[in-house]
Design a protein around this ligand. Sequence first.
Ligand code: NAD
Length: 506
Amino acid sequence: MTTFLTADQSVLNGYRPYHGTMLINGEFRDSVGGKRIDRIGPAHGIIAGTYADGSAEDALLAISAARRAFDEGTWTAFTAKERAELLLKIADGIAQRSEEMAIIECLETGKPLAQARGEVSGCVDLWRYAASLARTLHGESYNTLGDQMLGLVLRQPVGVVSMITPWNFPIWILSQKLPFALAAGCTVVIKPSEFTSGTTLMLGEILTDAGVPAGVVNIVTGLGTNVGSPLVDHDDVDMVSFTGSTRVGRHIAAEAGRKLKKVSLELGGKNPQIIFPDCDFDAAVDAVVFGVYFNAGECCNSGSRVLVHQDIAEKFTRAVVEKARRVKVGDPLHPEVRVGSIINDNQMAVIEDAIRSAREDGAEILLGGERVTGGQGLFMAPTVVGGVKAEMQIAQEEVFGPVLAILTFADYQEAINIANNTLYGLSAAVWSKDIDICLEAARKINAGTVWVNTFLDGTPELPFGGFKQSGLGRELGKSAVEDYTEQKTVQLHIGARTNWWINNAS
Ligand code: NAD
């Protein structure tokens, strides 16, 4: 039985729920209907924040503010230097309010406070990276098209972008999108998850304090079906950038497709770590445990499948179970806790269903498989499932919880086949001292990121996104700003033009 680590909760003494208001056309305001959503923190049972429960009417106001700000050229008139300076100021603003943001992130998601602090400081770096790209965004010129032709390729902002984000890394995921769209000159309407709207609304305050003009960034809160839908299908929206489940992503792609809008999708994953017998054993065990229990497994990049070579499978599985047993679960305010609360009852039910189906399919629960008693009851024990076959649901479907499925393979080709045998293709890892095996596997695995002898490392310089049903498009990397632009070709004729039909001389 996993024990629950309790924490000193004095940081919550006198805690006043964050009162968030929407940001529309530069004004902080409640929803037209006046309704509100109370977010009760899943780990502590207190009201973490209270938010406007918006409707389609609020979304339309936000879209029209963003449209006006774009069409009137408020933001595109800023030079690259001015935009970059503003992005750097916003980065400083996030740094200044980082503790406040980390606490709300911890309370709303149930993730460890120490981890939330790391995420917020990582966001500061994303904004700074975007500022650096803002100053280098440029088009192309072709001076090779003959004496009479000069070709220019201009980069123009795509226009109004809707950003719809999930609950697992609220401010981080928004920071993978917003500063890059702003660097490109777009205007934006954001809809955060109804479970974790706090830090997005705090960011609205930071943007306003930094001097982002009215209407350039608008934030609406509420349910996906109410405020989210207009952000996808309204004609005044030029692009939709969505991060969330594959189920909702498919729906959004279909809706955006009807209007032929540009769309970028960051969706789910069923990410394999492939363990070869010659790996650095201890490092691989540690990365497997970290990879699946980080953020309680509520992570698109979660290493939820381990494919281990049959020669070391028994020893490796035993070592993983032993390490997983020592992972600290409990109050996310405790500095040693690594697995906090699950986000809500629905997600807990998804996780319990996945464990039930694994049992029914004949897999064996080697560790965990049940809730940990404590807090508000939404804590799941680090779980290891052995004897998993590639076709089982536990090997195919995203769980989004602290549940590891262990599969075995006999040779390299079988490992690659199993790795590629799901609908997803977000990320993967290969563990071996043989560089040839690592490079070959990195080429053959159908995933947007392949880590070699490491897991979950990330840096803004490297693109992130999925193959297959894990998504469409890439975030980050040097083209992160270009993704929010359209290309425009300008052809300039030099000198007299030859007439098409009748030569003037004849
Ligand atoms: P979700 O798809 O349920 O919700 C995501 C967002 O979409 C929320 O803001 C929600 O309100 C909104 N939404 C829901 N229905 C909508 C609709 N009909 N129209 C418009 N908006 C709508 O996802 P979630 O439960 O918040 O997050 C978990 C999922 O996100 C997991 O599947 C995970 O893999 C995925 N995820 C992917 C990445 C990635 O980068 N690939 C990162 C984080 C999370």
